[in-house]
Design a binder for this molecule. Structure first.
Ligand code: GAL
Length: 403
């Protein structure tokens, strides 16, 4: 009898204290967000064009499904009842119609707001209106909320984000909750129980390794973002992800740099949120973003965030343990010249001491697949030889050989 009460008690407790929809984002969310390219210049036609491109250019087939409107979708004031109003010039048919359209194409709809009084762009924030706004989003059929951190002076981050998380849960609609407080309050320590992803850093900038100053704050190139946080991979996993920001693939870096950026996001099990004008993307950009070999690394069901194994002579090696004993390895040439790589499998054992996996090719032999060329290379019985262009990668998947 006591055992039964204990089980019922645990079950009830988990219902009462569940603070987020636990079934969402079991692999890192994939989609598109308007901010990196359009800032607040969003409108219905843009969103419809993105939806069309998702279908026509194979993005939906590759697994991208959330179309997220960032800052700038609202009117500058709430209505007399305190409700948010979509900007009637940008969205003449309202957001419910747009959301129905997105859903009719088998995609999902995301939106943006902020924990402060105002968003970063000066539109009405959700502070004091959390439940009202969440109900409004649910009535529009919103599936994803990105929640920012401007104009929040002196409020407690964990408490503010918990309020919005509860408000989303109370709607009864499954809504992914994406926290965006730039890593300022170490969200990896507390956000896993209330949200599905959290930004780890400030804003990304489309360069390989630069800092771009906006005066009082900076945005950061790909390698800067990657190097900014240490030891937080243990906090990522199915349903709760470290988010190094939306991607800049196709936004002005070289193809090599775009490949490196995309590879690192996949190695880090990062949310794959496209940030370019996908309607006008080149076929090279599309082929990076829709590379199914790479996406499978990001979306691996174990959800382990990869790690840097070594860094020597401007050559980095990253590793990510995958399900069924596979491994993804990424060799990155960070120098300004192309470099030759010779990697002797038998003299290198890779150990993931945090998640207790080890890649030892002495006793087991693996096939090695080049994920961009989609071609098998020599197995781990022979050293890996390659030439890697400046700022480019060699991205391989190892699978145990059946012999
Ligand atoms: C920033 C955020 C960006 C974008 C912008 C909108 O705080 O990091 O990704 O959402 O606000 O104003």
């Amino acid at each position: 009898m006591r055992t039964i009460f204990f089980i019922i008690g645990c079950f009830a407790t988990s219902i009462v204290f569940s603070q987020k929809n636990e079934k969402l984002a079991l692999t890192p969310p994939m989609g598109w967000n308007s901010w990196n390219t359009f800032e607040t210049n969003v409108n219905e036609e843009l969103v419809k064009g993105v939806v069309e491109s998702f279908i026509k250019d194979g993005l939906k087939d590759a697994g991208y499904n959330y179309i997220v409107l960032d800052d700038g979708w609202m009117s500058k004031e709430r209505d007399s009842q305190g409700n948010l109003i979509p900007d009637p010039k940008k969205f003449p048919n309202g957001l419910k119609t747009l959301s129905d359209f997105i859903h009719s194409k088998g995609l999902k709809f995301g939106i943006y707001n902020c924990a402060g009084d105002k968003t970063c762009g000066g539109y009405p924030g959700s502070r004091g209106h959390e439940y009202q706004d969440a109900m409004m989003y649910a009535s529009w059929g919103v599936d994803y909320l990105k929640y920012d951190w401007c104009n929040t002076e002196k409020i407690n981050a964990e408490a503010a984000y918990t309020t919005m998380s509860r408000a989303l849960l109370a709607t009864g609609r499954p809504i992914i909750f994406s926290l965006c407080e730039w890593g300022d309050n170490s969200p990896w320590l507390w956000a896993g129980k209330i949200g599905h992803l959290w930004r780890t850093t400030g804003d990304i900038y489309p360069c390989f390794n630069c800092e771009f100053s906006h005066g009082t704050w900076s945005s950061w190139g790909v390698m800067r973002i990657v190097n900014m946080r240490k030891d937080i991979r243990k906090y990522a996993g199915p349903g709760h992800w470290n988010d190094p920001d939306m991607m800049e693939v196709g936004n002005g870096m070289t193809l090599s740099e775009d490949r490196t950026h995309f590879s690192l996001w996949c190695m880090m099990a990062a949310p794959l949120i496209i940030g370019n004008d996908i309607r006008k993307a080149s076929k090279e950009t599309l082929s990076i973003l829709t590379n199914k070999n790479l996406i499978a690394i990001d979306q691996d069901s174990m959800g382990i965030q990869g790690f840097r194994v070594s860094q020597k002579d401007s050559m980095e090696l990253w590793a990510k343990p995958l399900s069924k004993g596979d491994w993804a390895l990424c060799f990155i040439n960070t120098s300004s010249k192309s470099q030759k790589l010779t990697y002797n499998w038998s003299s290198n054992t890779i150990t993931d001491s945090l998640f207790t996996f080890s890649l030892n090719t002495k006793n087991t032999s693996y096939t090695v697949k080049d994920l961009y060329k989609n071609a098998l290379l020599a197995s781990t019985k022979k050293p890996l030889e390659a030439s890697i262009a400046s700022h480019d990668v060699l991205m391989v998947r190892l699978t145990k050989k059946q012999d």
